[in-house]
Ligand binder design. Structure first.
Ligand code: PHB
Length: 396
């Protein structure tokens, strides 16, 4: 496990403490002596989702740095664990942060299976959890909790949006393909729901275990089935390989490939020509021109010498949400009910557009239709406006 402390923050803290000491006679004991707020980052830094974990971490820290390196006026100490996107290791990894390091806030993760385990531990230990990616529907549905928030999306949202668009385009038959776990199943489930409600038919649901990338036999089957469209959920390194394999098999010339936007987000550099023209649905697009997105993209590019992706947006918004919560109590983490109340009613100025949370603490946001043009996921329309989750039995 790696513990990261920012020396600049320490110098700043010493300076503040020094200044406060000078005022001591007149002002009394200074609040600069408050202990640091401990943030536990549990994210993938190795494996097929490694780049996603890095984007989230970068942007989370960027938002905190833009806020003076503080939460509610208190300095921050980061504790970092690589969860390897491995659900089997999730309880041990989360307990390192919750029990051993006693973090005030847990932030993570990318993989739905890992996040489900984190959410259970967060509920059992009453630890504040902010999820900056993993979309497992149940976490903000039947398993919702006062102390669990998500700044990303729920898995079915992207499928719901693309199923609607494909039905509107009068596609009649579809084949779906995904990794077989909560994220893929729910993404495909959303697609099937709206595609079939709009008159289409999913003729075959294909899947392979996470994080396998041996796609050849599935491509052969798709070629034989000849559907009007193929809908997939893949992300990270697996998405890069899938899009390249689909094109190498020549299928991009005959059967349109569409997907949840993770298929082409943060991946275009590596996918190159193979991704050109692909349609995806996502709550973000590179070319959004709202002022917050312009400022965010410029700051991220300056700090990290690379363009941000959707994962960076979600990490940035996780920090923005915590800033709102902690400001409401001036950093007093014992005032949990007030923190939760402030976070529940937060209006986040997100690079994706303005963002509010549902009753289950999941984003209500526009889902964009995007088309790959060059190195950009260009927004060509809004597939669904203000999409919120259907009530799934969340009792809060
Ligand atoms: C998930 O497991 O929930 C997941 C992973 C990667 C993504 C999106 C969702 O890009």
């Amino acid at each position: 496990m790696k513990v990261t402390r920012n020396p600049l923050h320490r110098i700043a803290a010493i300076a503040v403490a020094g200044a406060a000491a000078g005022l001591l006679l007149s002002a009394g004991p200074a609040s600069a002596q408050q202990p640091k707020i401990k943030i536990g980052l549990m994210l993938p830094y190795t494996g097929t989702f490694a780049a996603l974990g890095t984007s989230i971490t970068n942007a989370f820290k960027l938002a905190i740095d833009e806020n003076g390196g503080k939460l509610g006026g208190r300095e921050i100490e980061y504790f970092t664990v690589d969860d390897e996107s491995d659900p089997a290791k999730a309880p041990d990894n989360a307990n390192k942060l919750i029990k051993r390091d006693q973090v005030d806030v847990l932030v993570g993760t990318v993989h739905s299976g890992v996040a489900l385990a984190m959410a259970k531990l967060a509920r059992d230990n009453n630890t504040l959890l902010v999820i900056p990616n993993a979309g497992a529907d149940d976490i903000t549905g039947p398993l919702c909790a006062a102390n669990v928030f998500r700044t990303s999306f729920s898995n079915s949202q992207m499928g719901i949006a693309m199923g609607k668009v494909m039905a509107e385009q009068k596609k009649k038959t579809a084949v779906t393909l995904t990794w077989k776990y909560a994220a893929g199943d729910e993404s495909v489930g959303g697609f099937k729901e709206t595609f079939e409600a709009g008159g289409g038919k999913v003729i075959k649901e294909l899947s392979l275990p996470f994080p396998q990338v041996e796609f050849q036999s599935y491509l052969t089957e798709i070629a034989a089935l000849k559907p009007d469209v193929v809908y997939v959920f893949f992300a990270g390194g697996g998405a890069v390989k899938f899009v390249k394999d689909y094109a190498a098999a020549g299928l991009n010339k005959t059967i349109p490939l569409v997907g949840a936007g993770f298929l082409t987000d943060g991946t275009l550099e590596a996918q190159g020509d193979a991704a050109q023209g692909l349609l995806t649905t996502l709550h973000y697009g590179d070319g959004l021109t709202n002022p917050k997105n312009n400022a965010f993209r410029a700051a991220y590019a300056k700090a990290f010498k690379t363009d941000p992706d959707v994962y960076a947006v979600q990490g940035y918004d996780a920090a923005q949400l915590l800033i709102i919560g902690m400001n409401a109590v001036k950093g007093d983490t014992t005032k949990r009910a007030e923190i939760v109340k402030a976070m529940e009613s937060a209006k986040i100025d997100s690079p994706r557009g303005s963002l509010a949370l549902s009753k289950g603490h999941n984003p209500i946001h526009d889902i964009y239709l995007r088309k790959v043009e060059g190195k950009e996921n260009k927004v060509i329309g809004v597939a669904v406006k203000d999409l919120t989750d259907p009530p799934r039995g969340c009792k809060l």
